[in-house]
Write a protein that binds this ligand. Structure first.
Ligand SMILES: C[S@@+](CC[C@H](N)C(=O)[O-])C[C@H]1O[C@@H](n2cnc3c(N)ncnc32)[C@H](O)[C@@H]1O
Length: 262
């Protein structure tokens, strides 16, 4: 991977360097986090997490690997996702308790915001990269929402979880996109790693009698056949794109239910 040098000094802090280059598994300094924000998005405070700007979270001892700084869902988007999930979940009876699972924890930031917005909720997250797991475990320790984070593959860890009888489930599905995004055709939900379609099918097999709300993080354009394939597995669905980025390339959320209809 070629890393771009600026003025013969520090390399450009972009997606290539942090996600695929030598900073992928390096713990970033505050300066590097802010340089990534300004180099890539003209905003040194771009990587806002857990309700804090980078200087605020760094001061509290929160640390990120290069890959997680790129892969994380930042506050403005995680907050909107949490609100929209809560809006749909609110159509279940008021006393409903929710088990919220993020099978692809990364920073745990989206799960944190979902727990902030959904009443009577508790959170579990799975992360199979031991370095990401270890840092996130420490990062979330002092937050005002408790998250049970486990190290391993979501398929094995899910098998060990048996939600309390009567609990509804919210599953946040944001696996790495890998080569699934094509700017023309959109995001192919059958080609993420692992495929979104496979994750949803796996969860439906495991919890056939539960009320489940899936929230799948998507790109502003989704490959139509893959969306139809996913839709066919759900009882109800709604696609929402967030206008957080003026130049386009926005992210969105596909909300879908199984076992109930809002
Ligand atoms: C795109 S990030 C998730 C972003 C995160 N949900 C957030 O709110 O910031 C994907 C994470 O899932 C992890 N991962 C990928 N495949 C996994 C699997 N099969 N089981 C558990 N974790 C996995 C990766 O190591 C990575 O940290």
């Amino acid at each position: 991977m070629r890393e771009t040098l600026r003025d013969g000094k520090a390399p450009l802090h972009d997606r290539a360097l942090l996600l695929h280059g030598h900073k992928r598994n390096a713990v970033l300094t505050l300066e590097e986090v802010r340089r990534y924000g300004s180099d890539s998005f003209s905003d040194p405070d771009y990587v806002r997490l857990y309700g804090m700007s980078p200087p605020q979270w760094y001061e509290r001892g929160i640390r990120l690997l290069g890959r997680t700084a790129v892969e994380c869902t930042r506050d403005p988007l995680a907050d909107r996702i949490g609100r929209d999930i809560a809006g749909v979940a609110a159509s279940l009876p008021a006393a409903t308790r929710f088990l919220v699972i993020d099978p692809f924890a990364g920073s745990c930031n989206t799960l944190y915001w979902i727990l902030r917005h959904v009443p009577w909720s508790r959170g579990i997250a799975f992360e199979f990269d031991p370095r990401v797991y270890e840092l996130t475990r420490r990062n979330i320790e002092g937050l005002d929402r408790a998250i049970e984070l486990m190290n391993g593959d979501y398929r094995l860890l899910l098998d060990e979880r048996h939600p309390s009888a009567g609990d509804a489930m919210i599953i946040f599905v944001a696996p790495p996109w890998g080569a699934a995004l094509d700017e023309v055709e959109g995001l192919d939900l059958r080609r993420t790693e692992p495929p979104v379609t496979e994750i949803v099918a796996h969860i439906e097999r495991m919890y056939p009698d539960r009320k489940v709300l899936f929230a799948v993080q998507v790109y502003e354009k989704v490959d139509a056949p893959s969306l139809a394939e996913l839709d066919a597995k759900l009882d109800w669905s709604m696609l929402k794109v967030y206008d957080l980025n003026a130049e386009g390339r926005n992210h969105g959320i596909l909300l879908g239910t199984k076992g109930w209809t809002p």
